[in-house]
Ligand binder design. Structure first.
Ligand code: PLP
Length: 382
């Protein structure tokens, strides 16, 4: 059977060009980057070159780039590290990735005051509501750049401008936006920004937290002084080099690759909405990621066991993500779709298609015919 991978928002394959630049650091260039001898100085130079490349890609200074084990750690360091450095209220949004939301909920469980902003039907945070909340005081506000489930891009700049007026630190989770839309820490006006290499054809297990100069963030782990004490532990030079090269390529090739992927996204969107009257597109129609399409099937018009949708597509060779997650043995609809006002059954009947470098127009045509078969089988007669 032909297998089609349309789950690039979950992860992407390692770009062979990235693997090539990583290879020396998995072999002969093995030294500890903190060692002062000649061998160590070679890997240290590679690490610092990687830091400079990352900094350039997001418009930062190299001293503001801190390597972490990925997006989850970068988000946790941003939220928990800021909360530890600055006592005060934390504001976040209901559609955040669990890496931010659960870090905030952890803070709440430890007695901190945490406010979760609502989102509208498109998954967008309303800056007017942000301002109202800022008036009650905030040490930190964390609002993601682009949503991983529906692709909605948040008005981060507007939120950052408001936060500046109230002296709050602004963090944005840019894990899904880097390499897809322009990301500049100054244009966004943020103090902290997270990214993760495996979302843009880099290796898994490496990410970055950007920390604007002068912003205090308490480390989560303690040990040696690596990453200027913010993230101690022997540096993973191969991964950092891979992260930097993947980011460099993603930024350099962004416009061309996204112009291609947006056509595939639109082709599938038109095909699905034209074929299935019950299909509703999730997310903002104007501010969303170019390569991601989230479609729900309205339970009132097309009742089905929505949680089986992705499994049935998988059985037909299509790898995509669902609008639900298996939590403690039961299928729970996505917190993002519920926050956007979708009912439980419709939220469960959701498919996220995310295109990538190997995706083709033929994939879109195959997906449409498979969807016709699968949805035709699954919808219960009313
Ligand atoms: N934030 C967002 C928006 C994501 O989509 C993801 C990954 O799914 C993460 C954070 C976590 O990143 P990582 O997988 O590198 O821990």
């Amino acid at each position: 059977m032909q297998h089609i991978y349309l789950d690039h928002a979950a992860t992407t394959p390692l770009d062979p060009r990235v693997r090539e630049v990583m290879e020396p650091y998995l072999g002969s260039m093995f030294a500890n980057a903190s060692s002062v001898h000649w061998h160590g100085r070679q890997t240290k130079a590679a690490l610092e070159a990687a830091r400079a490349t990352v900094a350039q890609a997001i418009g930062a200074h190299p001293s503001e780039v801190f390597f972490t084990s990925g997006g989850t750690e970068a988000d946790n360091l941003a939220v928990l590290g800021t909360a530890a450095a600055r006592q005060g209220r934390v504001i976040t949004a209901a559609s955040e990735h669990h890496a931010v939301l659960d870090a905030c909920l952890y803070l709440r469980s430890r007695g901190a005051s945490v406010h979760v902003l609502p989102v509208n039907g498109e998954g967008t945070v309303d800056p007017a509501i942000v301002e109202r909340e800022l008036q009650h005081g905030a040490a930190c506000i964390s609002v993601m750049h682009a949503n991983n489930e529906v692709g909605t891009v948040q008005p981060v700049r507007e939120i950052a401008d408001l936060a500046a007026a109230y002296g709050a630190i602004v963090h944005t989770d840019a894990v899904q936006s880097v390499g897809k839309i322009p990301v500049s820490v100054d244009d966004l006006g943020v103090h902290l920004l997270s990214l993760s290499a495996h979302k843009f054809y880099g290796p898994k297990g490496i990410g970055v937290l950007y920390i604007r100069r002068g912003v205090e963030v308490e480390p989560l782990v303690h040990g040696g002084g690596q990453e200027r004490g913010k993230r101690p532990g022997t540096e993973n030079v191969a991964m950092a080099v891979g992260c930097a090269e993947a980011l460099r390529l993603a930024v350099a090739e962004r416009e061309e690759s996204m112009a291609r992927l947006v056509l595939l996204r639109d082709r599938l969107e038109q095909a699905l909405t034209g074929t299935f009257p019950a299909a509703v597109v999730n997310g903002s129609r104007t501010n969303r990621l170019p390569q991601l399409l989230s479609v729900s099937f309205d339970a009132a018009r097309a009742p089905m066991e929505g949680e089986m949708l992705v499994t049935n597509l998988d059985l037909e060779g299509i790898s995509v993500s669902s609008g639900s997650a298996c939590t403690s043995g039961s299928v729970q609809p996505s917190h993002v779709l519920l926050a956007m006002g979708r009912d439980q059954a419709t939220a469960k009947a959701t498919v996220r298609f995310s295109f990538g470098s190997a995706s083709t127009a033929e994939d879109v045509d195959t997906v449409l015919s498979v969807m016709q078969r699968v949805i035709g089988r699954m919808v219960r007669p009313r």
